[in-house]
Write a protein that binds this ligand. Structure first.
Ligand code: ADP
Ligand code: MG
Length: 656
């Protein structure tokens, strides 16, 4: 059934070469019950691992059922381990978080035969543990655990059972039970190889092999093998069949198993999983909330612009091309009331216009202070900006002419300065001048970047001469008679300004006329930049969360080295292990992602409710952050998973 010829295995311990196997040849035929004996360190386990396809010899040949499998691939070896060999270890190597039944089922998972679960049930019953079926390893005695391990080794109906000191960790009563089980298995025709250093165990075998220093020094058989017809023998064809036919597609059952594993791993390390999920959760929540603020701001701007009407033109000094540094460019047209009057005279194109200046200022009412935007505007302001006061009135042309100290205040200012008292008729100080409050502007709303109700409006003349000490107008707002007249109006206004100010050709860009589309573009670009900035800061926190997951997964791989070894020993391929760990990390980041979306949306709702900022959670941001968190789980889980999959089964099983 199994034959090894002249195999060598040498380990390097520092500078010293240890010949664990030194030219060993051995043939095991069907139905044998072999005991391998020898002192500790004589190479027994190494031989077992080679026989069990857990390890490859450095030199020599291996024949299984007559076929040379010395050079088979890792994937094929995994299939053979799964179907041909049943391994029983001294330390049992049951998976701690699974019940006895689930442990016994495990090889079926890798064989893609999950539907044959009754077999596991049957095997557990056969080893006399029917009533311990749903117990976990830590609820069972050593003997019981080893019996579960035997049930597991049998569940895929292997051709040979390899047991490495199966009784080494057991009391004498359990020892006897295990031997009785192995003996009866052999009587039923199973081939069994057992490593032991105990005489009383070895006497039950039909053949005893002695090893010393990596060599076989004696090999004695009592010739009382079971009758030929009872033998379960392994033929060349059987090996060929296992190797040629790829394992039945077991993707789905494996996936369910991995998912269950991932969930139970998470639950058995609650705090740890929670913390790493929290990292992703915070990251995703931040992304969602930031993007919500961004799109809320965009929406608010659009609403504001819509209320302005699309016929608005804005005339300002300075070049449109070198915005911001235009003042240094030399020629700057300064506007006066004459310009406004001239623009207003373009009756057939212009409906109305108003001059505007603005700046910041300190408001004082009683013991309350508030710093806000101060706008000096003309009387066309309320119609053109859809800002007819809800309470009180706007100032009149007469008041503008007289430079009266009257003020119309925005809602935020009203709330901050007056609280519950009625502001109408009250006197406030603006930059140390006393102003009478005559009206309150309608609510315009706020977003994360700008509160449109945080302003006061005073007559433009008062603002220029009494508050800011300005000689010129900052800008002129013009309303064209219709959207189709915008271009014509823009052209005529430009002509008038050039004429009024006697501008030469190269001075023509010393002022600019912008329409709503331009203004909208600028505003949108600004909010976009802001949201992008906030979004990327949030995304960085998501990456930090991913690193947290990677950290936990690396710990988990180290901690579960034995589990990985065991899984490989019963037939898991590298890919199986890799997928299992990937699923775990993706599951964690997915849970973090989903709860992050909920938290982020909640935060956005709260921001809208309490801060009054518009925040809108968009579907695209939900999709984006879910995808992103899944990718984070993948990317940061990949390395630990790869590390896990590349563990050597022997190293892993021997790991303490
Ligand atoms: P036994 O099972 O008979 O006690 P082993 O087969 O476990 O012996 O080990 C045989 C020899 O090989 C021992 O000297 C041991 O120290 C050495 N050995 C086994 N595994 C390794 C390894 N991974 N690295 C270095 N030396 C090893
Ligand atoms: Mg050993």
């Amino acid at each position: 059934m199994i034959e090894v010829k002249n195999i060598h295995k040498t380990y390097l311990m520092g500078q010293v070469e240890v010949k664990a196997l030194n030219d060993v040849s051995l043939k095991i035929t069907s139905g044998e019950f072999v005991a391998i004996m020898g002192a500790s360190g004589s190479g027994k386990s190494t031989l077992m691992h080679v026989l069990g396809l857990l390890d490859r010899p450095d030199a020599g040949a291996y024949y299984l059922g007559g076929r040379d499998i010395t050079k088979t691939s890792d994937v094929e070896l995994a299939a053979l381990r799964n179907r041909v060999v049943g391994f029983v270890f001294q330390q049992f190597h049951l998976l701690p978080r699974m019940t006895a039944l689930e442990n016994a089922e495990l090889p079926l998972v890798y064989a893609g035969k999950r539907h044959l679960r009754e077999r596991a049930y049957q095997e557990i019953e056969n080893v006399g543990l029917k009533d311990r079926m749903s117990h976990r390893p830590n609820e069972m005695s050593g003997g019981q655990q080893q019996r579960v391990a035997i049930a597991r080794s049998l569940v895929n109906e292997p051709f040979i059972i390899l047991a490495d000191e199966p009784t080494g960790n057991l009391d004498s009563k359990s020892k006897d039970e295990i031997i009785a089980i192995l003996k009866s298995l052999n009587q039923k025709g199973k081939t069994i190889v057992i490593v032991t250093h105990e005489k009383e165990v070895a006497i039950h075998a039909r053949r005893i092999i002695q090893m010393r220093d990596g060599r076989i020094i004696s090999d004695e058989s009592k010739d009382d093998r079971p009758k030929a017809e009872e033998l379960v023998s392994l033929e060349d064809e059987a090996v060929n069949e296992i190797l040629s036919r790829p394992r039945k597609s077991a993707g789905e059952t494996k996936f369910i198993d991995y998912l269950r594993q991932a969930v139970s791993t998470m639950f058995s390390h609650k705090m740890r999983s929670l913390l790493s999920i929290l990292g992703i959760l915070i990251g995703v929540a931040a992304v969602i909330a930031m993007l919500a603020l961004g799109s809320g701001a965009k929406e608010a701007i659009e609403k504001q612009l819509a209320s302005l009407g699309s016929n608005l033109l804005l005339v300002r000094p300075g070049s449109a091309k070198v915005q911001g540094i235009a003042m240094e460019a030399g020629a700057v047209t300064r506007f006066t009331f004459n310009d406004v009057a001239a623009i207003e005279k373009l009756n057939d194109l212009v409906a109305r216009a108003y001059p505007s200046v603005s700046g910041r200022g300190q408001l004082v009412y009683g013991n309350k202070n508030w710093n806000t935007q101060i706008e000096g505007d003309g009387t066309a302001y309320p119609q053109m900006r859809a800002a007819e006061p809800t309470v009180g009135r706007f100032f009149t042309d007469q008041e503008v002419k007289m430079r009266d100290k009257v003020v119309v205040i925005g809602l935020t200012v009203a709330r901050e300065l007056f609280g519950d008292t009625d502001p109408l008729g009250e006197t406030i100080k603006i930059n140390l001048n006393n102003f009478r409050v005559i009206g309150i502007l309608p609510e315009k709303g706020a977003n994360a970047f700008h509160d449109q109700d945080d302003l006061v409006v005073i007559p433009v003349t008062t603002a220029m001469y009494r508050v800011f000490g300005k000689q010129y107008i900052d800008s002129v707002f013009v309303e064209a008679r219709g959207p189709d007249l915008l271009d014509a109006a823009q052209e005529s206004i430009a002509k008038i300004i050039i004429k009024q100010h006697h501008l030469s050709k190269d001075e023509e860009d010393s002022f600019q006329i912008r329409n709503m589309a331009d203004i909208k573009k600028t505003l949108e670009a600004t909010t976009k930049t802001m949201s992008l900035l906030l979004g990327s800061i949030a995304a960085i926190s998501l990456i930090v969360g991913g690193i947290g997951i990677m950290n936990i997964m690396l710990v988990s791989v180290t901690e579960r080295t034995r589990e990985i070894g065991l899984r490989k020993a019963i037939g898991a391929t590298n890919k199986d292990i890799m997928v299992q760990f990937l699923i775990e990390s993706v599951l964690m980041s997915f849970i973090g992602g989903v709860s992050g979306i909920l938290l982020g949306s909640g935060a956005a709702a709260l921001i809208t409710l309490f801060a009054g900022w518009a925040a809108r959670v968009s579907l695209s941001s939900v999709v984006l952050s879910t995808t992103f968190s899944l990718i984070v789980g993948m990317v940061f889980g990949l390395w630990p998973a790869k590390k896990a999959s590349q563990l050597d089964p022997i190293e892993a099983v021997r790991y303490e």
